[in-house]
Every structure is written in C-alpha cells, then in structure tokens.
Design a protein around this ligand. Sequence first.
Ligand code: DMJ
Length: 759
Amino acid sequence: MYPPSRKDFISLTLSDPHSHSYNNGKHRRQSCWRKWKQLSRLQRSLILFLLALLLIFGLLSYPSLSEQWRGLSDRDEWLELNDRELDAVLPAVRPVLGQHVGKAPVPVVGPHVGPAVGPDAGPVIRLDAGPVIRPDGGPVIRPDAGPVIHPDAGPVFRPDAGPVIHPDAGPVFRPDAGPVFRPDAGPVIRPDAVVEPRGPIVPILPKPPIKKYLFSNKRGPPSLQKEGNMSDTVGGEKKEQEVVQDEGEEEEEDKDKKIVSWRGAMIEADQATEPPPSANDKGAAAPPAPVNPADSVPLEVSPGPVDRLETVRDAFRHAWKGYKSYAWGHDELRPISKSFSEWFGLGLTLIDSLDTMWILGLKEEFAEAKNWVDNELNFNKNVDVNLFETTIRVLGGLLSAYHLSGDQLFFEKAKDLGSRLMPAFKTPSKIPFSDVNIGKGTAHPPRWTTDSTLAEVTSIQLEFRELSRLTQDPQYQDVANEVMRLVHKLPGKHDGLVPMFINTNSGQFSHKGVLTLGARADSYYEYLLKQWIQGGKTEEDLLEDYLQAIEGVKKHLVRHTGPNGLTFVGELNHNRFNPKMDHLVCFLPGTLALGVHNGLPEDHMDLAVQLMETCHQMYTQMETGLSPEIVHFSLQASDSRDIIVKPADRHNLLRPETVESLFYMYRFTKDTKYRDWGWDILQSFNNYTKVLDGGYTSINNVRDPTNPGPRDKMESFFLGETLKYLYLLFSDDMEQLSLDKFIFNTEAHPLPIWPSPPK
Ligand code: DMJ
C-alpha cells in the first residue's frame, strides 16, 4: 500500500477589478501634497532648514559610525572563518551527524530499527536511518549516494579519509560537550558484505569524559540476578585493565578510560562502563553472572589428548554466559559493552541456540531457554520482521527444537509464527515481500524498491513445507512451492545462475548485472538441492535447476589462482569476471558433497574437495587464523600471493560456512584433516574473539593479531550454526543427526527428511 501522493496547496487572493474597494495609496500621495501646499511660506522654510541641519549632522558623524560598522562586519568574517576551521577540525562530524542533529529521532519503522532514544535522552544519531541493509550478507543498497556507513559495529568511514567514528567504541561526545552521541544506540542492522572502507580508529575531539550510565543491567534468568556487576570483579578481585592503544594517539591519562582492550588471547570488555539500559530494563540490581575462573584465562591446549567435544561445549557455555548475563531474551549479545542489540525483538540468539544446546547435551541451559519460550516469547507484537531471517532462524529453530525434544510447546509456537508470516505472500506476483508485521498482519517491500532478494524468497521453503507437513495444512507449502515454480520457469537465468533480485510486482528478475554464489543468491542453490532431498528426491524441477546451476558455476565462475592453482568461485559482473569470493560461498563444498552423497555426479565431489581447500586457506593465510568476510584471488602466476584482502573486507563475523562444509566433508570422506582444520578454526575463535566476561565478538581485522578490533557483536548464528557444526564435526556418533534422516536448513536447524510415501 502506498501513501497518497502529497498535495501542496497555495492560497491566492485575487483582487476583483470590478470591486469598488478604496484605493488607499494614491489617495495618501494626493493628500500629502495638498497639505504641503496649505503650509505658510515660513512653515515650509523652517521644515527645510531642519532637514538641512539633519543632513549636515549626519555627514559629520559618518566616520565614527563607519568605524563601528566595519568592526561588526569583521566579526562576521571571523565567525565564518571559525566555521571553516571547525569544518577542517571535525570533518567527520558533519557528514555523520548530518541531517539528524537536533531533529527528532527517525521514526521507528521496519526491522532495522532499535530504540530511538539513547540513554541520555539527548539527540540520537541513527546510523542506519538511510540505508537499509540486508541483514545477512548483502551489499548496502542506497538509493541516495550518501556516505556508506557500516551498520554492524565497524568504523564509520568518510570517503575523504577524515577521522573515523567507531560505533563500538562506546559513547562519543559532541565537541560542545552536549548530549551523548551513541552510534550503537540506534537501530541494529545485520552486517555482512557491506562494503566498508576502514581507517584508523580516531577519537572525536575533544576527549570525552567517561559517561557512567546510571542504569542497572539486570539481565538473565532469576538464578543469575545477584547484587553487583560481575564486570567489576573477576575471581573476587577487581581486574586490572590492560590497554592497548588503537592508534597510539590516545593520551596517557586516557589509557584507563579506553573502552576495549586487548590482552593477547582474550578480549576484555570495559570494566568502567555499565551497559546501556534496555526498554525492558526494570531498574533492578545489576546481575553478576557466575564467575568461572576457567573462563578468565586464554584457552590453552594441553599436551595430552584434548577433548574436542568438551572444548566446543566450553565455547558454547562461554558464549551463553555472556548472553544470559547481558542480553537475556534479546536478539544479540554485545559482549564488549555488556549489552544487547535488538533486531526483531524475538530472542533470536536464544531460539537459534535451542537445538544446539540439545545436541551438545546442555540440559540445564536448554531448560532455562525453554522456560523463556514458554513464558516470554510472544509473536503478537507490532514489529516488522524480515521474512527470510525470521523463517530460517526462528521458525527453523522452533521446528528443529520440536523435532529433537518432542516438546509440543515449540510446535505451537512455530504454528503461531508461521501463520503470522503468511501476509508476506500477498503480492501481485506471489513473490513475497521482504518484511512482515507479525502483529498487524501487513507486509511490504523495503522502503526504496519493490524488489525482494532472490536468496531470501527461495530459502524459506524447507521450513514452510515442514510446517505444512506437521500441521496438515497445505497453505504454507503452497505459497512456498509457488515461488519455486515461478522461479523455475522464469526467463533470465544464465546457464542456471540467477540474478540477485526479483520484483514483487512483475515477478521478473531485476538488476541482472551480478551473478554470484555469495550474498543475496547463495542459499537459492543450497535450497534447490535440500528441498529435493527433503521431499524424497521426487521433485524433478528442483534437481534440474540445481544440476544446471552447478554446470553454470563450473562454466562461468570457477577459476584457479595464478600462483598456486587454488580453485575458487568468482562472480560475473555485467559479463566481466570478478575474482572475488565472499566467505558465504564456503557453504558450497558441503552442499556439493551432500549432493554427491545423494547420487549426483562424482565430479561435484572433486570441486567440493578443491573449494574446501581454498576455504581452509582463507583461514590459514590470515595472521589470526580467521577468514575475512571477502577475499579476492590473484590470477597472475607471477604474484606472490593467491589471496588478496582489501582493507574493507578484513572483518570476521563468526560465520559458519567453512565449518559447515568441513562437517559435511568429514562425514562423507572420514578424512581427519577436515577435523583438524575445524579444530584450528575453533582455537582461533578462542584466541581472537573470546570476550573475557562472556561471549564472543566479531572482529574488524583478521590480519592484525595484536589488535583484531572487537566489534562488540555476537551473531546468533555463532551459537546456532558455527558451534553446532564444530561439535558435529568432532563427534564420532554418525547416527547423531544422520544426513540420511535429517536435512539442515540454511541456519543449521535440522529438519527430518520426509519418509517416502508407500509405493
Ligand atoms: C546465516 O544466517 C545463514 O547461514 C544464511 O544462509 C547465510 N548467512 C548466515 C551465516 O553466515
């Protein structure tokens, strides 16, 4: 529904030529002249004399008056100059504060919004007020070509290389020491492949005083709510904060005020700053989480045999501890600031983690979480959610928890949510809108387009189909299958490769320039195969599209690096090959291997093995042992390196795709090198992303082990996917979630493969 077009009204008053209204001006001129003529000669002379006197007096006093006028205009110039100088001093402030300073906060609309007012109730600058960003990996689509602002805790960068505001660096103060500008107090937007030029983290002038929030940070289940703030004490003593300068520009006296510090193997959160308040914060006493001394030291690999499964469990417990302490019931943990971020307000991390806890055998944690689902999870709320993200994480998480635990509660919640997502499909083309208001039952596309992302509309089918099977209500399956049917017969594919967007009005592909297996297209390919397997390998269209697409990938996108012949999957950009690969593409080796396991051509396995090696290299060639978000490959044999990482792409978001593929590769080949590669990755996560008091954080720079730059965000998929796949990779129990019985959705939630119908 579009708002009616705006109408501007201009009120005009037209004089009526026939009116007999009184003509005031003319009459006044005539009467003045008549009065002058009526004066006596003496009177007229006196008046003229006085006028002459006034003129002489004016001429005499002119020099001193002009002095004063010049003084005034000099001051104006000075003020202007100061403005220009200020511009030079604070080049980053204006573009960032830009339109919103002093204005009312941007209205809260859509899923990309959070609390509109910061803790200090001063004006809040909302970093994402303009761009809407695909939460999970797409580039920023900005209809206006404003500055690119990374929504997810990366530094805000100005093209003119001015100072950078780091959204996670805590409160940033305006130069006039006015209200606090908190980049992270605004909407929370998911990160991913946003092009995010980086620069040094430089504090905004002048040095901010430390802002102590006067709010309690009560979070977590009742058992965790004790007096005091656990961040103040670790092991009974106040921890000494070790500070490493970001840029070496911080002054000595500010060292103890830095928000984030780096201790070599464990990121230490700020101990002086309390978390910002939440809407749900009831102002009770601050909650310490239980202190586990083992968590306060870096992970060390003992010389004896290491229990890898237990190490994954420890990692999960540590992540969960942070979530329970500071983000309980909220979408994501911000482990550095010991707070949380809200995306849809559906407890994303908690729901994404349910089946992981079940699989890892963490019964206590599972019971606590289930209790929250039972008592707190409520879908009857006026909130816009992203159809895809809510389906894969929440609907998928609930269905999976239901299948593993058998608890009817999860099924009831899944049913409720599924029916609330259905309005998204009410479009002219039956290609769903990206956003649904689950309380109001309305749906809409993003604000700037009527397109939906291709991967999003074609990666909800496993969940909707399963919901129909369980409820025996075909409506969910019908709408989801219809999307696949439409895309199957749609012209505009390039040897099975699909563009990144599809229009919800026309049902046609749009923005056809880029063909990728990364952001915005990735899980389309994954779900072709997985739906085919889920449905008992009977739906031929799905198989045909999958096989054709893999041939398209081999023909157009697979290349080998010049230096060492690494195989990679690049992109086609308006028919030009771009040797760029998102980390997201590392789902492909696992998917290819799954296809071969289900009888598809053997040469798919060769490609899977080669791509797995490349994804592994994307980790091992980085100084932290963690892959960047995006890599470029060299096609020149003379180059010294196969992998090039651009400064904008150095971040790591704790993503699962490589360990996901390692899990499949190990299951199907039993080659233990895949386990070892996964083990190395787990250790790197522990070494560079683990936060002292609980939680793991995404980082800014996988190439700088001395300062990886914590971003203060633990994505829900770290618990939902990354740790789950690592656990299953190390587990010897092949019957636990057998790949002949379960199919994992794109958020790693296992759903049963449907039993074949009786013949
Ligand atoms: C997850 O939400 C899903 O795996 C999705 O398909 C891709 N991106 C993230 C993890 O990287």
